[in-house]
Design a protein around this ligand. Structure first.
Ligand SMILES: [Zn+2]
Length: 258
């Protein structure tokens, strides 16, 4: 329908983000983490593999990448202000003034940067497909996670649901051996950067998807991990060409170069 402001009709801008890209500790907090080497290198410190995946997705689709390498144990960029797990057990006991300084230095600039990018695309008449790259630990609290890839979205948002169904199907075609589940191992509506952006932008303009890969593959042999990353890129291209049409994907690439 001409002029209808749906994601399919308007140009689709792809944005890749990675909130848990590293386990770096800023010098100001190094003393706090002196005894926490094991925690920092564990899945609680960062999302192994997520930044590699994010970089390749961004390169492959000529999309911008916004990422952070400060450990989520300093402040979790994928939690909202006021969330009980915004800070970890290491930083939560800090005096309020110091926690505010962490927010000002490491949290707010990141969240604002992502929000502003989405805002500007929408103001320019475009729609945004935001893919946040994450990874999950194969076993959590004794429970084995039964998936290689998870696609997280809000089931109440038709555009997100449709794209994830198509992405899941395309991934099954490209890599039949993989177990790909939707809204697993977490629900897409849980607190996070995408959930927060959904509250700011309408469903027909903002599509927020969290891509979750099993760290078993990240830490496994290089071949299957590389094959998974390739399959994710190819299947996303397949899914985008059916949702948005080749022309819309093309314009998305041009738009993101500006
Ligand atoms: Zn994560």
């Amino acid at each position: 329908m001409p002029g209808h402001p749906s994601a399919a009709a308007s140009r689709l801008c792809l944005l890749i983000t990675c909130e848990h890209g590293g386990n770096r500790v800023p010098a100001a907090y190094a003393a706090l983490f002196r005894e926490q080497a094991d925690l920092l290198t564990s899945h609680r410190g960062y999302d192994p593999g997520a930044l590699t995946l994010a970089r390749e997705l961004a390169r492959s689709f000529h999309a911008p990448l916004i990422y952070a390498t400060v450990s989520r144990l300093v402040v979790d960029l994928n939690r909202s202000l006021g969330h009980p797990r915004l800070y970890s057990e290491v930083t939560r006991p800090l005096p309020r003034r110091e926690r505010q300084a962490i927010l000002a230095r490491h949290y707010l600039p990141y969240r604002r940067k992502v929000e502003r990018w989405v805002e500007e695309c929408i103001a320019a008449g475009q729609s945004v497909l935001h893919i946040a790259s994450h990874s999950f630990t194969p076993v959590l609290d004794g429970e084995v996670r039964r998936a290689d890839v998870g696609l997280l979205y809000d089931p109440g948002r038709a555009g997100e649901k449709q794209l994830c169904l198509r992405w899941q199907n395309a991934l099954r075609m490209r890599a039949p051996g993989l177990t790909v589940r939707r809204n697993y191992p977490y629900t897409g509506r849980s607190d996070g950067l995408t959930a927060w952006l959904r509250r700011r932008f309408p469903a027909e303009r903002y599509l927020g998807i969290e891509l979750e890969v099993n760290q078993r593959l990240v830490f496994g042999p290089a071949g299957p991990w590389r094959a998974l990353r390739l399959a994710l890129r190819q299947s996303l291209a397949d899914a985008l060409s059916t949702v948005a049409g080749p022309q819309a994907v093309e314009s998305c690439m041009r738009a993101t170069k500006a």
